[in-house]
Design a protein around this ligand. Structure first.
Ligand SMILES: [Zn+2]
Length: 394
């Protein structure tokens, strides 16, 4: 049994406790969280300077792209990013990809991440994941662009799923659509049959151009598709935002992770929240700055009572796989968002979004969420700083 204490304990499921104590068993299971311990236990207590919180949940990653750190130039907009990405992705050997995946996972572990919602276009990451160093929810992602490709693409997705199950029969997975602009209506109508009653995810409103495409049928995305020989001239704009156009395809009973939301407005947030109680909003601020140089307006989401989670996106559009780095960026641009709120986004909300809340996300008796120490905290304001560091204690 271990007794861990620090300046503040953030159980997440209840308010922070100054100088509180987390009691865990030898397997890392939480036994209790208290404001003090009996006198006779005080000799064995482990003191730390900073705060203690549960392990981080990274709700959006592409581990299979971990070999691409620093390869794609920054701030070129989404279409510029995709163009550079397509060209660069072909230039790596399978050995480079494998090394990237192992080191990407190691980086997440070192940065206190305990569970990941991971996008998979291919089967490259499954062997590493079978080592069970981290808990993963696999989103097997497809994009058909046109209805004539739907069947072939869903077959391809099914084959990736088969490879996953062959390597790990107990793996968590769903078939998911990539984004509103890359998936046909036919795909939207059929994909969820491949993932009944599971957790779903889609990239949402990552660029202003996505909304322009759906509202007015024009803009850089359609121009980009035309430049690579894809004819969208028969494609019909819906006169609505991309989110309002496609959200109805997702069954209400499924958790749906909407990823990025950089150009989502209050009307969109309210619309989504009125459609379903199971919407989770994954923000990846460092990737948003990398690609579009713009952050979501978090005030809108807070105002609408939206359930926020945090993702790192991939190392193709980020310099680290660290939830603390993402929290620092949010704090720096939105200092009014306090640490208690940010940590809830980084832990319990993410665990609930991925269906992992029985094990992860909070210091509650019976869970094994991991215990993180965050050092170099501004203790007067209870605020993370640029110098804050995370260490995994359990
Ligand atoms: Zn992504």
């Amino acid at each position: 049994m271990r007794y861990l204490t620090a300046d503040y304990i953030f159980p997440i499921s209840s308010p922070p406790i100054k100088n509180g104590v987390v009691v865990i068993d030898d397997d890392g299971k939480i036994l209790s969280v208290t404001s003090s311990v009996a006198e006779k236990q005080s000799q064995i207590i482990e003191y730390h300077s900073g705060i203690l919180c549960p392990g981080f949940v990274n709700t959006h990653c592409h581990l299979e792209l971990s070999h691409m750190r620093g390869v794609i130039p920054e701030k070129k907009g989404l279409t510029g990013f995709i163009k550079n990405f397509i060209a660069a992705r072909k230039t790596f050997s399978s050995e480079q990809i494998e090394i990237g995946i192992a080191s990407g996972e190691k980086e997440m572990l070192e940065n206190g991440i305990v569970a990941v919602g991971d996008i998979c276009n291919v089967a490259d990451t499954f062997k590493q994941k079978a080592k069970k160093n981290l808990k993963y929810y696999n989103f097997i992602e497809g994009f058909d662009f046109f209805p004539e490709n739907t069947e072939v693409e869903l077959n391809r997705v099914d084959n990736v799923i088969k490879e996953l199950i062959q390597i790990d029969a107990l793996a968590d997975y769903s078939a998911v659509p990539h984004a509103p602009y890359s998936v046909s209506e036919k795909y939207f109508q059929t994909f969820s049959k491949h993932s009944p009653e599971k957790i779903l995810s889609i990239h949402n409103q990552e660029s202003a151009e996505e909304n322009l495409m759906f509202r007015e049928g024009k803009g850089k995305i359609i121009e980009f598709f035309a430049s690579i020989g894809m004819d969208f001239s028969h494609w019909n704009a819906s006169s609505k935002s991309s989110l309002q156009t496609v959200l109805g395809y997702f069954p209400n009973e499924n958790n749906v992770l909407l990823v990025h939301n950089t150009f989502t407005d209050l009307e969109d947030v309210k619309f989504a929240e009125s459609c379903s109680k199971n919407i989770y909003w994954a923000t990846c601020p460092n990737a948003n700055l990398y690609i579009e140089n713009k952050l979501p307006d978090y005030n809108l989401f807070i105002e609408a009572g939206a359930k926020m989670t945090i993702g790192t996106d991939s190392l193709a559009s980020n310099y680290s796989l660290s939830i603390l780095d993402e929290m620092k960026t949010i704090s720096q641009h939105f200092p009014q968002i306090n640490l208690e709120i940010l940590l809830k986004w980084a832990t319990l909300n993410g665990a609930k979004a991925l269906g992992f809340q029985n094990e992860f996300g909070s210091f509650e008796a019976g869970k094994k969420p991991g215990v993180l120490l965050i050092e170099n905290i501004n203790l007067d304001k209870i605020y993370i700083t640029a110098a804050s560091k995370v260490k995994r204690l359990v």
